[in-house]
Design a protein around this ligand. Sequence first.
Ligand code: DX5
Ligand code: ZN
Length: 219
Amino acid sequence: MGIQITPSVLNADLSRLADEVARIPSADWVHVDVMDGHFVPNLTLGLPVVEALARHSELPLDCHLMIEDPDRWAPAYAEAGAGSVTFHLEAAAAPVKLARDLRAQGARASMALRPATPVEAAAHVLGELDMLLVMTVEPGFGGQKFLDLCLPKIRRARELVSAQGLELWLQVDGGISAETVERCAEAGADVFVAGSAVYSADDPDAVVGELRRLAEKSA
Ligand code: DX5
Ligand code: ZN
């Protein structure tokens, strides 16, 4: 598949969500951060907003669910039209079943790891997934500093995926910018979420292009 860029609208103007998505036409996906105020100490948006955005976005939605009890709530995001749904391993009671449920609803199944969760904890689930998200900040807020300690973990995740002969995508999320994207690509990531780096720019789509160029150079 190659390098993919998926801007997060968390730091966009949320009162004009569809217009904000229209400003990043060269992106591959739009990353939607769903936070429930329990799994993370922040509350963002939920299913009704995702349903509405799915109807108005030209780009497929990549929903990152930072919520408790994804076993119960995540399949509805697939049903709402999200092309990819990511749940957190730390929150899931039955990750294998959940991944299968998501695929049965027609979405790509993806699983995320907080910075302190070792990749080995995900090894037995990888075969059920389309993407693994290695968080490069503590989930909850945009605009945080990239955690360098996650780089060996990205590398290890890529090794595990290759060792199992799998094709799944490896996503990074948190503090991704022109300063950090190359190190992540070099470590084996191929799907890049960027929130503040994209939406703090006057021309967000130019940042998408720049991140893609840097990542492709280092991949
Ligand atoms: C953090 C979210 C990220 C966030 C990224 O919990 O999952 O998707 O929006 O924002 P930046 O790129 O600003 O770190
Ligand atoms: Zn995210």
